[in-house]
Design a protein around this ligand. Structure first.
Ligand code: A3P
Length: 296
């Protein structure tokens, strides 16, 4: 219970214009100075785009589909979250990385310009996962309700506008997806879509396998697809974030593995909210043509 007193709704502090949780902002210099090994892999996402799913697929590919090996520890221990730092009991990402030898699978939500430059200098591989804005927003709303380290989401209507203005933790969804999109070829970033993973998980698992220069059998691919289904990950205590104590993630408010679908936004946006959102989206996304799908 001591933890609950200290872990509650951190304010956001801008780092080069990007709102980040105060603990991250206050530790910014050491995060920016992090030097990865060239063998490290970065998994980058805007929050709630399918990070945990991708981390699980990658871990299974690296362990040739061995389910037991991938139950050695919970997701954030197997694949540390680079910038996260908060009061105990959660160890910081940098502390975990220090204890772990390369090659490591490192998660980040940092927008492209805040990723420590060592990743690109060392030509590390990077996988980016993007999810359509409306589903991403719905998922983030529920997450902010249950994750007591994040600022209060407030009412749904106002939350939509905070998202559109880029005021949520880790900043603007629009800038996030656009900046990695623009950099993807130059930096050899594998740019994936949550909707493609839902539509044809096998195809996307194979795409990740090829990008990582791995080769696993068809049978192992099938097993990985099965083990990383929404249902199986929801039941897997090493993948469903039940490792995070209730004062931090209150899964009775909303489970971490909530719905795992494409198009859940249709259950939340009113027609009027959808219209306002779409008009703003056109403006914010006009200079790029990223093939997002809001339904499959
Ligand atoms: P929902 O809130 O829409 O259910 P992240 O890992 O980036 O925080 O993303 C979490 C979102 O991905 C949640 O979305 C979660 O349910 C979904 N998710 C996690 N594992 C999944 C899986 N195996 N298949 C489909 N969706 C998954």
């Amino acid at each position: 219970q001591k933890a609950s007193a200290s872990i509650t709704r951190f304010p956001l502090i801008p780092v080069r214009g990007v709102p980040l949780m105060s603990y991250i902002a206050n530790n910014w210099d050491s995060i920016w100075a992090f030097r990865p090994d060239p063998s490290d892999l970065l998994i980058a996402t805007y929050p709630k785009a399918g990070t945990t799913w991708t981390q699980e697929i990658v871990d299974l590919l690296l362990h040739n589909g061995d389910a037991e090996a991938c139950k050695r520890a919970p997701t954030p221990v197997r694949s540390p979250f680079l910038e996260i730092c908060s009061p105990p009991p959660i160890p910081s990402g940098l502390d975990l990385l220090k204890e772990m030898g390369p090659p490591r699978v490192i998660k980040t939500h940092l927008p492209f310009q805040l990723v420590p430059p060592g990743f690109w200098e060392n030509k590390c591989k990077a996988i980016y996962v993007a999810r359509n804005a409306k589903d991403n927003l719905v998922s983030y709303y529920y997450f902010d309700c249950m994750n007591l380290t994040q600022p209060e989401p407030g009412p749904w209507e106002g939350y939509i506008h905070k998202f559109m203005r880029g005021e949520l933790s880790w900043g603007s969804w629009y800038d996030h997806v656009k900046d990695y999109w623009v950099e993807r070829e130059k930096r050899n970033i594998l740019y994936l879509f949550y909707e493609d993973m839902k539509e044809n998980p096998r195809r996307e698992v194979e795409r990740i396998m090829r990008y990582l220069d791995l080769s696993v059998s068809d049978e192992v691919i099938n097993r990985i697809v099965e083990l990383t289904s929404f249902k199986n990950m929801k039941e897997n205590p090493m993948a469903n974030y039940s490792c995070i104590p209730t004062p931090v993630f209150d899964q009775s408010i909303s489970p971490f593995m909530r719905k795992g679908e494409v198009g859940d936004w249709t259950n939340h946006f009113t027609p009027e909210q959808s219209k306002i959102f779409d008009e703003d989206y056109e403006q914010q996304m006009k200079e790029v043509n990223i093939p997002f799908r809001t339904l499959i």
